[in-house]
Structure formats: C-alpha cells, structure tokens
Design a protein around this ligand. Structure first.
Ligand code: FES
Length: 362
C-alpha cells in the first residue's frame, strides 16, 4: 500500500465554536471519497506555508460516519501556536493540503457496547465523532461523555452535544466538569484529575468498570492522570485508549540533541540510508549525531510522510529491511510492531553503516 500523501482540498465551511476555536469543513471530491474514508477517532494532517515555513499539524475529525463528501476538524488556537493561529484565518474557498485520515485512537462501529469518553478542551473533537457514530450506528450501545473545560465559553461543539443529548435521551449521558465556573452540582466543579475521576466513580456518575472501552483525549497530564485513575479503579489496561497527540508547540522536524544513545552507537561519519517509498528507492546520508532519518531526508529533499515529528502519530512508520536503528522516543508503536522491525522515521537514527527503510510495508 502506498504511503499517505497530501491532497489539495477546498474549505467548504468555517464555523466559530468558541472565541479561540473553529471547525473547518473540507469538501471531499468524488474521486477522493475512498482515500478520505475514516474510522471515528482519526485525524487529518494539514500542511501549509506559515510565515515562510512549510508546516504541518494534525487535527482530529469531528464528523460522524456517514457524512458524505465532507470532513470537519476542530482547531483550537494554542499559545504560541503559529499553525493553529493561521488556521483561525482560513475561510470558505481557501485551499489547503490535507493528508488522508490517520490514527489509532479509533472506534470500529458495530455491536453493543458501553463507552466512556473522557475529554478535556479540544480533546472533545475525536470524542464527538466517536459518540455521534456510535449512537447512530450501534442502536443498543450507550455513551457517557465527561467533558472538562475551564468555563462554559470554552466548551467546543456545544450545539452538537446538546443535539445528541436531546436525540438519545436514554443512551447518551453528558457531564461537564469546569474549574473556573461554578456549576450547581458541586461535585462537577474543579479540575479533571485522578481524584475527581475517582470521586465521580465513587458517586456513580461514571461507571468505568462497566465500560467496554474508555477513550481519553486531552492534554498529556490529563491523559496520564485519567489513565492511572482508571487503572486504580480496576479497569483492565486493554480497555483504555488514549492518544498522545501533537506536542504543545507546532510540530516541526527537529535536529537531534548533540548526544543520544543512538548517536553513541552510530556509524561515522554518516550512514547510507535507502528509502523505499511508493515503490521507488532513494538513498540519503544520515549522520546520527545530528539528525534523525526524517530531518536528514527533509534536508536532502526527500519527502517522507510525517505529521507530529514527536513519535506520537505513527505517520512516519516504516520497516527496517536491512541494518539497524534506535529510536529517541516511541509513544505509538506497539511491542509487536517493534518486534516485526517497524520503526518511526522521525525518531530513528541508524546504528549501522547501511540502513534500508520500507515505507510501503504494512
Ligand atoms: S511523524 Fe508522528 S510519529 Fe513520526
């Protein structure tokens, strides 16, 4: 299968969700319908030149399954986020490069399940897609969504969530937690941390042990706190799904730190790295003391697929077919994938004179 590539898509609509967040809808041409098919929970990577720099950033799809020829993502402006700031200026008719849906934070629709969704801030975006798709596609399933925000003005997709509440009165439970605005029910005030989750479970407002799957999406500290709270409550680890998404700052492939384990073992002065992509073979030189495969490839004009550049999204996944490499970080590859020889190009540094990486491998 070919590695994912960018496509030029037209923006069909832009809707303001909060003072610092927009929902951007892309029109999907008929010929790209298959390419942009998705599973609820996946994201799109957008690419644009911002301030003279070629940048890319991933945003979760909030569209439900069944929305033909349109895909909507939610974009919240983050502090010092050049791309997220740029995204707020987009308008209908603009065109932007978009990579087809990626990601493993997914819900396959079918069967009957109890879902617990824990979202904070813009982490609501994939949870909205999952909730809407589950409620319409699994008539016997239930969804409880616990959504944390600072206050009511930072609640994204308020109308869509209220519509779900009105439509699925017996199968959808929506709970808001706010830490800067007092709500009538005292227990719903404060930060969504481990103690809050354990209190909510203790009072029967959420039922983690009865959930078939728990999806957690938000800032990294919230994900870590919620995961450990769920484990402490007794939820089996394999029922937890979370996504460490893009880093706090805009993603940019970055050169290596001066010294890493990989660099210490690296061949000098540089390794020959052969890249197999879309059936073609190209060779670059990678000095592991200074570069990952991704940064070296970018510098040498080879456009390999990437999105987060932080070891989180798997877009740069490839298979080592000859030689060896180490990874600086890995937040996304499963143990079986590493055993099967897969690596992340954005984190990989060769440790042999020759390295062959196959981006077409499944
Ligand atoms: S680009 Fe996201 S893991 Fe490498």
């Amino acid at each position: 299968m070919a590695a994912p590539r960018f496509h030029d898509l037209e923006i069909a609509a832009v809707r303001s969700e909060t003072p610092d967040a927009v929902a951007i809808t892309f029109a999907i041409p008929e010929e790209l319908s298959e390419t942009f098919a998705f599973t609820p929970g996946q994201y799109l990577t957008l690419r644009a030149e911002v301030g003279g720099e070629d940048m890319r950033r991933s945003y979760s799809i909030c569209s439900p399954l069944g929305e033909a020829r349109r895909r909507t993502v939610g974009v919240k402006r983050i502090a010092d986020g050049r791309f997220s700031g740029f995204a707020q200026t987009l308008k209908p008719g603009d065109r932007i490069k978009v990579m087809p849906p990626q990601g493993r934070f997914t819900a396959e629709i079918g069967g009957a399940h109890n879902y617990l969704l824990l979202a904070a801030g813009s982490g609501i975006t994939p949870c909205l897609s999952i909730a809407t798709s589950v409620l319409s596609g699994e008539p016997a399933s239930t969804v409880t969504l616990l959504y944390a925000n600072r206050n009511s003005s930072s609640v994204m997709f308020r109308d869509a969530l209220n519509d779900l509440k009105d439509r699925y009165t017996t199968r959808f439970t929506l709970l808001h937690v706010m830490d800067e605005e007092a709500q009538d029910v005292e227990i719903m005030n404060g930060r969504l941390d481990a103690a809050k989750l354990e209190t909510l479970a203790h009072h029967g407002l959420i039922h983690p042990k009865a959930a078939d799957a728990i999806y957690i999406c938000g800032p990294e500290p919230m994900i870590r706190a919620a995961s450990s709270a769920m484990l402490a409550i007794g939820v089996p680890e394999d029922r937890l799904k979370f996504e460490l998404f893009t880093p706090a700052a805009d993603a940019t492939p970055r050169p290596a730190p001066a010294s890493t384990n990989g660099a210490a073992r690296a061949a000098e002065p540089g390794s020959s790295v052969e890249i197999i992509l879309d059936g073609a073979r190209r060779t670059i030189t990678v000095d592991a003391r200074a570069d990952t495969v991704l940064t070296a490839a970018s510098r040498q004009g080879i456009d390999i697929p990437w999105s987060c550049a932080g070891g989180m999204c798997c877009t740069c996944r490839c298979r080592i077919v000859e030689g060896a490499a180490t990874m600086d970080e890995n937040f996304s590859l499963e143990p079986w994938e590493i055993k099967a020889g897969f690596t992340l190009a954005c984190q990989s540094r060769p440790t042999t004179d020759k390295l062959v990486l196959d981006f077409d491998a499944q």
